[in-house]
Design a protein around this ligand. Structure first.
Ligand SMILES: Nc1ncnc2c1ncn2[C@@H]1O[C@H](COP(=O)(O)OP(=O)(O)O)[C@@H](O)[C@H]1O
Ligand SMILES: [Mg+2]
Length: 605
């Protein structure tokens, strides 16, 4: 793996952990014994994966307060009520994402255990960073979810249909007008024809659902409205027909309009089909459904199929945003449920695209008829709400949860926990965890940094075929991580900044010390010409130098030159060679390599 290869600083780092063209080149020299050697040492790791950021731990020491608070707020969703919006703050590596994901997994699994409709959708706004993309991603997730529900529902209806046909039942449910659907249920065994009770008849079985499960009734005064279709084609798979309350709320007036409601609620319609004088057999397959005839049921299936086909996936670009919003809105409102939308790195979204997305999401509930939305925003930046519209700010911040930095002792516990699964017994010398914890505590109590350090130290030990990880491996790991950080910062600089930085590097390489802005500008200009880039003004270049200074890549101090005014003295503060490699890995800058002899000639003279 490229990430294992110490020599490979720079470009290789960008290739991700799984691809490694560089090592493929080296493959030519692969000979017998290359891996044998490496395998022969005592293994250090038992399961390295648990130290990676992608691993979600099941236990989160020192976060029970935050987790409990989240759970206390979100439990409303399981009662069919809308949970308050939550804003979670804390610096990077304080366990925000891990805790939020843990809570949402628990919420979803409890909701399916009790069959309360509640969906949690997680979006990382650092990746999905525009309103369009957030809405499109959410729309598509809900469409997928709706399609899944529709298919489930169709399966259930199909099985009822088959029961009717196979059991040679009347195609119309005979009615006596007095039997309430809810009372019918499974009061006796199977009919002599051996018809299996269709899924729908489970409705009346008491489940061990908590009181909160009557999502359909407990909400608010408008709950009556919530069941009425928003428009003529709004089917409402309100709850699985197995839901504890389903039999009471299932109901259906007619199938002649858009016959696509899943299980529209309301009361059982007055019989409208040609009534038969017979009493309804209690176990007629339609007995416990909202349908009074096979035709109605079939119309429902057709309607569902139509619905399913009507969902149009949102393309990742190209539509007007209001169209994306409306598809998203309809997809959310298709079914009755509580929807928790978790927006991680929400500050990145606001920074990049403003607060429109949050504004739109936070006012949705006033228009939704079947569903309710609750938002959990997670931010690394404590001050990001300053940039929000006051209405958004107050709605989003209904509840706030702070994740403070970990101190060294807490980090030690976290590492201890994780190391037990990650390392072979006895692979860590006793001072390793305390040192990793101490280093990471200096980095604003960042647990991610602590885990990275521990993993990297283990990898270094493994590579040097040491039997145990020792303090020195941790120190080397600290240096390596710091270098990796620089590499990453340099790699992601805009082209103009890269050119400025490259000019500084060329000057340093040629022995110029205490470089001034004018010198940088001259070389920068030549580089721009060489690669056909726009040449910025010297004023702008000075600004870019200040930015590099703030990023810790160069060190620029202002010195007074008496009556000649003031200038900057600039020095590189990162390792020259590694930085140059990263710059040259940029396809545009790689052309610049050819200009070097020329630049050098200037200095040699
Ligand atoms: N209390 C904790 N217990 C165990 N692991 C933790 C804890 N807090 C954070 N971590 C781990 O540290 C890393 C960073 O945590 P994360 O939740 O991604 O931080 P944030 O989202 O606040 O930046 C992850 O690998 C996570 O599993
Ligand atoms: Mg996070």
């Amino acid at each position: 793996m490229s990430d294992e290869d110490e020599r490979q600083i720079g470009p290789g780092r960008n290739l991700g952990f799984n691809s490694s063209p560089a090592s493929a080149d080296e493959g030519e020299s692969v000979n017998q014994g290359l891996f044998d050697d490496l395998l022969s040492g005592e293994p250090i790791f038992e399961n390295k994966e648990v130290l990676r950021p992608s691993y979600t731990p099941h236990e989160l020491p020192h976060r029970s307060d935050q987790i409990n608070k989240m759970a206390t707020i979100l439990v409303s969703a399981l009662r069919g009520e809308t949970p308050s919006n939550i804003l979670i703050y804390g610096k990077t590596g304080t366990g925000k994402t891990a805790s939020a994901k843990f809570v949402s997994q628990e919420l979803e699994s409890t909701s399916s255990k009790y069959e309360v409709p509640c969906d949690v959708e997680y979006i990382n706004c650092e990746v999905t960073d525009t309103q369009y993309r957030v809405l499109a991603q959410l729309a598509n997730k809900f469409i997928e979810e709706n399609e899944r529900r529709i298919e489930d529902r169709i399966d259930r209806l199909e099985s009822i249909r088959e029961s009717i046909l196979e059991g040679a039942w009347d195609e119309t449910l005979p009615t006596d007008g007095s039997t309430h659907a809810g009372d019918r249920g499974r009061t006796d065994g199977n009919h002599s024809t051996g018809t299996d009770a269709p899924a729908g008849t489970d409705a009346s079985t008491g489940t061990d659902a908590p009181a909160g499960t009557d999502a359909s009734t407990g909400t608010d005064a408008s709950s009556g409205d919530r069941f009425s279709p928003r428009n003529s084609d709004s089917p409402v798979e309100t709850k699985g027909s197995k839901g504890p309350k389903a039999s009471e709320t299932e109901g259906r007036t007619s199938t002649h309009s858009n016959s696509d409601n899943l299980e529209n609620s309301g009361t059982k319609p007055s019989p409208q089909t040609s009534s038969s004088s017979r009493n309804p057999p209690l176990d007629h397959p339609l007995a416990d459904t909202p349908f009074s005839s096979l035709a109605e049921l079939e119309a429902q299936i057709d309607g569902l199929l139509e619905d399913r086909d009507a969902f149009e996936e949102v393309p990742m670009t190209g539509w007007p945003t209001d169209r994306v919003y409306s598809v998203f809105f309809d997809a959310v409102d298709y079914a009755e449920r509580v929807v928790v939308i978790m927006l991680d790195e929400i500050d990145k979204l606001v920074e990049k695209s403003g607060d429109d997305t949050l504004y739109n999401l936070s006012r949705m509930n006033s228009e939704l008829e079947n569903s309710r939305v609750s938002i959990i925003g997670i931010s690394n930046d404590l001050k990001f709400t300053d940039f929000l519209d006051p209405r958004v700010k107050s709605s989003l911040g209904e509840e706030e949860i702070v994740f403070p930095p970990y101190d060294a002792n807490q980090l030690r516990d976290i590492l201890q926990h994780r190391s037990e699964i990650a390392f072979e017994e006895g692979a860590l010398s006793p001072d390793v965890i305390p040192l990793c914890a101490a280093f990471a505590a200096q980095e604003h109590g960042d647990a991610r940094r602590a885990l990275d350090l521990l993993r990297t130290a283990g990898e270094l030990a493994e590579r040097s075929q040491a039997e145990t990880v020792v303090e020195d491996h941790v120190r080397q790991a600290q240096d390596k991580i710091e270098l990796d950080r620089v590499v990453e910062v340099v790699r992601t600089l805009p082209t103009q900044s890269k050119l400025v930085l490259f000019a500084i590097i060329l000057l340093e390489k040629n022995g110029v010390r205490s470089i001034n802005t004018g010198e940088v500008f001259n070389i920068y200009k030549q580089l721009c010409e060489e690669i056909d880039a726009d040449v910025l003004t010297q004023r702008r270049v000075t600004d870019l130098i200040s930015e590099l200074d703030m990023l810790g890549i160069v060190n620029a101090i202002v010195v007074s030159k008496g009556r000649y005014g003031r200038t900057k003295e600039i020095n590189l503060s990162v390792p020259l060679e590694e930085t140059e490699v990263v710059l040259l890995s940029d396809s545009r800058l790689s052309e610049v390599e050819e200009v070097q002899p020329f630049v050098q000639a200037r200095f040699d003279s």
